[in-house]
Design a protein around this ligand. Sequence first.
Ligand SMILES: Nc1nc2c(ncn2[C@@H]2O[C@H](COP(=O)(O)OP(=O)(O)OP(=O)(O)O)[C@@H](O)[C@H]2O)c(=O)[nH]1
Ligand SMILES: [Mg+2]
Length: 446
Amino acid sequence: MDLGQGIRKALAKLTGAALVDEKTVRELTRELQRVLITNDVNVKLVFELTKKIEERALREKPVAGLTGREHVVKVVYEELQRVLGGKFEPRVGKQKILLLGLYGQGKTTTISKLAKFYQSKGLKVGVIAGDVHRPAAFEQLKQLAEQVQCGFYGENGEKDAVKVALAAEKFFAGKYDVLILDSAGRSAFDDELVREIKAVNVAFKPDERFLVVSADLGQVAGRQASEFNAAVGLTGVIITKMDGSGKGGGALSSVAVSGARVAFIGTGEKPTDFEAFDSTRFVAQLCGFPDLGSLLDKLKEASDEELAERAMEDGKLDYESFLAQTRAMKKMGPMKQVMQMLGLYDLPEELVGQSEAKMKSFEAAVLSMTPFERQNPDVMKNKARQARVAKGAGLKPDEVRELVNNFERANKMVKQFSKNRGLMKQLGKLGGGNLGALGKLGGFKR
Ligand SMILES: Nc1nc2c(ncn2[C@@H]2O[C@H](COP(=O)(O)OP(=O)(O)OP(=O)(O)O)[C@@H](O)[C@H]2O)c(=O)[nH]1
Ligand SMILES: [Mg+2]
């Protein structure tokens, strides 16, 4: 069971409890201990954390308006956030970045992610093939640079990293804002490695020195962070492969307590699977609080017609606005990610695949409707119309009937949603910080 799943299960038991008393809180903290320790979080840290949660949950008076259960969830949420450190604010402007790390941790891949990240902030990025030891490293970075369309400098065959770094600076001078230097990995932290990175550090004078570690190192990530920090003074740690490892929680927490900061996390192999680390957002996802704030932002960005938003404000839908929403959803990314942002984490893969297929047939069906039908969804309950639309869209009449039923259900939900403004405000209050964005939903007019 991964960390998030475990924490959500533990919190869900709390919902089932008739009364939140000392016994329930102790059961919760014991469950949390088990989940955290199996996810390779340091045992001492786990006990400190759960002791604090117990103390606060039992002693502190719930903030006015919160139920006992909500109070306990809030305490768990705040304490987890405290352990994981704050939010990393990447500097946006001219800078030089050096990436460090042992073999195979994800340095070179991360360079393309960083390039994409800074490009999205409007900066011009050039990357430098500073791994002069591994023969394929030059070609790998060159290809990645082409993929994300950033500048590239390398000297195939040159064995002196300092020379390459200095030549690259001349090459990019005046034309590029952000320079990112790759470095050679090594199988262990040893004297030779320290000598080499110190020399590169002195010559290149990077503003950021980021260590790259893989999440599957678990607690070992913290030790590496301390070692590299002592050698060159890290400005941040990038944890990669958060997507594939059950030890991400261990890696994150151990880096946070090592004195280094978590700067970014990598969540997949693609250049866009990357984000600046924000403990509030991260814990919100872990605890199963949907990240509705960022979802709404994305929806806004993605929706070319403002129909979707208007429908939410009006508390009513028609097929046109529903189609706009469906398309906006598609632009937000793979269905799985969208569902996670909505707080639906542990869905079976088939279901996610099915929803994607359904979205496609829905689009085909709506495109076969007349403008009158799109704006007056009630008439689509008529069987003859359904049959005609099915024919036009290449679907079975039953499929169209199901789509109409789904639409009716969604319509009901939107109506209810705009009635439940009080509830959403409450959620916003509970989260504080980033989750305050949830409260925005309470602001929808009817
Ligand atoms: N799933 C997943 N895979 C990743 C992530 N980051 C990197 N990888 C994969 O990890 C492998 C190693 O990545 P590299 O970028 O080559 O690692 P490196 O640190 O440059 O390795 P060396 O140069 O050999 O020391 C590649 O197969 C990447 O695709 C991530 O966030 N998620
Ligand atoms: Mg590499």
